[in-house]
Design a protein around this ligand. Structure first.
Ligand code: G3D
Ligand code: MG
Length: 209
């Protein structure tokens, strides 16, 4: 996927360009999480900067979104929002294959289903296809009383169990008004760049051997 900018470059400038995903092809991002976590609300808030009334997603939604701030300004993301009901979760695998990043949306007030969310997240990330794909967790519904904060959500999801090589970030958010979404997307972009840089330097080192 992507990555043609700066190919063959040498010195400092070359390696910097090597780290940037191609500006032409969009980055592929998959939004996962239990039903009712706020995935579709977040997707359409990012796309149209407004609140859209949602219905439970049967199947998927897909939108092209442009980064609006920071380093990811102008970068295109193709975002897949996949239904989160239990019967639909086996389909997640087909969407995460070859994805650049995963956005895992959590209802931070849903303490009863936090273990279920953890199980689904770890199962997804541990499949060989998704090895070390950067994860942005949206600790959503921060506007509601009793919402767990980012540190609590991180602990509840057991993200550290994935080991030191797993890039992740937990972003508090409120998808209905859009709080935290742009910051989260920027963090995801930075992690994607970092991972591409690491895997490219891995390739170079293995060629040298
Ligand atoms: P899903 O796509 O993950 O299944 P949806 O979830 O985006 O359909 O959202 C499920 C419900 O949560 C919706 O309410 C939506 O408005 C609400 N929601 C999403 N994000 C937030 C948030 O940040 N704060 C609050 N308070 N509510 C949120 P309804 O009532 O339509 O079911
Ligand atoms: Mg939905």
């Amino acid at each position: 996927m992507g990555g043609s900018v700066g190919k063959g470059g040498s010195g400092k400038g070359g390696s910097l360009l090597d780290a940037l995903p191609s500006l032409n092809s969009p980055l592929h991002v998959v939004m996962l999480g239990l039903d009712s976590a706020g995935k579709t609300t977040a997707l359409y808030r990012l796309k149209f900067d407004q609140y859209l009334n949602t219905v439970p997603t049967i199947g998927f939604n897909c939108e092209k979104i442009k980064g609006t701030s920071g380093r990811c300004k102008g970068t295109s993301f193709l975002v897949w929002d996949v239904g989160g009901q239990e019967k639909l979760r086996p389909l997640w695998r087909s969407y995460t294959r070859c994805t650049d990043g995963i956005v895992f949306v959590v209802d931070s007030t849903d303490t009863e289903r936090m273990d279920e969310a953890k199980m689904e997240l770890l199962r997804t990330v541990r499949t060989p296809d998704n090895h070390h794909v950067p994860i942005l967790v949206l600790a959503n519904k921060q506007d509601l009383p009793g919402a767990k904060d980012a540190t609590q959500v991180e602990k509840s999801l057991g993200l550290r169990e994935l080991g030191p090589a797993q890039l992740f970030h937990v972003q508090p958010s409120c998808a209905i008004i859009g709080d935290g979404l742009a910051d989260g997307l920027e963090c995801l972009y930075e992690m994607i760049c970092k991972r591409k840089k690491i895997s490219r330097s891995g390739h170079k080192n293995s060629k040298r051997r």
